[in-house]
Design a protein. Sequence first.
Length: 320
Amino acid sequence: MKTSLFLVISLALAVGCSKEVKKGQDKETAQKLQEMQNTATAIYQKETNEDQTAHNHFLTLMDESQDFGVKMLEASKYFLSMEFQLWAGSKTPNKFKTIEVMYDDAALDFTRRMVDLYKEINPKKISPNHEGKKNNEALAFYALAATVSERSGPVSFYDLIKRALIKDLNGKPLQRHEDTLVSSINKEIMVELIRARVDILANIALRDLTSSKDLSLREKSESFLYNLSGGRWGKIELPETFDKANDATKNAILKNLEAAVAAKNFLLELGVKKPLNKKLKEIYSHIDFNEKKKVAGNAPVPALDEKKESIRIAINALLE
C-alpha cells in the first residue's frame, strides 16, 4: 500500500480521534475532517482499483501463456496480490475494509473465475504430463493448484479453503467467505483443486529428480510401449539425477513432495482418497536413487543421506 495513503489516513484519524473541539470551532474542524476523510477514501479507492487491475491482469497473462513456468509465476502473483495478503498481520489496520471483507472479496473473485475455468476441463481426465495449447485450461488449473499456498503474510488462500472445508465437514458455523468456498459447485472445485495439487507438485518434484534427455534405447522402447498400451505393457524408468543435484535442488524436491503428501493427507481428513496419477506412479515406483546400478557395479555403499531418506519416505507416502 502506498505511503501517501497511510499519511492521509493517519492524519484523518488523528483529527477524528481528538477530544471534543472547542466551542466555535466545531463546524470548521468537522468540515476539514470530512475533507480529509473524503481525500483518504478517494486515494484508497484509486489505489485499490489500480491494484485490482494488476491483480486481474496476472490471470490474463496466465491464460495467454503456453509455458507452464510462466503460468505458475502469474498464478503466484495473483494469489500474492489478493488484498488480504497485504493487510493480514499488519500493525496498521485498514479503516476502510475489515480483513473479513477482504476474505469475502478474495473468495468471490476466485470462485467466479474457477467456475468458468472448471467448465473447460474434465478433472478426472486431466494430467500434469500433458502440455500444449489443447491442454491450456488444464495447465492453468494445475498452476493455480500449485501456487494457491503462496503467502506474503500469516494466511494463504489455501488456508482459507482448508478451514472452510474442515468446518463444513464438522458442521460448524461458516463465515461468509467460507460459505462461498463450499457452496454449490464451489466445494467440488476446491476439492478437485487440492487433488490436482497432489499430482502437480509430485510432477514438479519429478522433473528435478529425473531427466528424460538421457534415456537409453531400451528405456525409450519400454516407455513407448507403456504409452502405446495405456500402461498395460512396458514401463517408464527415467534416468535419475539426485546424485548430481545441488542442495537447493534437493531442498526443492523435498519441499514439493512433502507439500504433495500434505495435500493427500488433508484430502483423507475429508474422506477423499487420492491415488497418484497413473503415469507418475509408474515412474516413481522405479526410483531407487540408482542403488541397484551401484550394487551391480560393485560400487561402495554410500553413507546414509538424511535428505534422500526423507524424499524416499515422501515418495512411498504418495505411492500408498
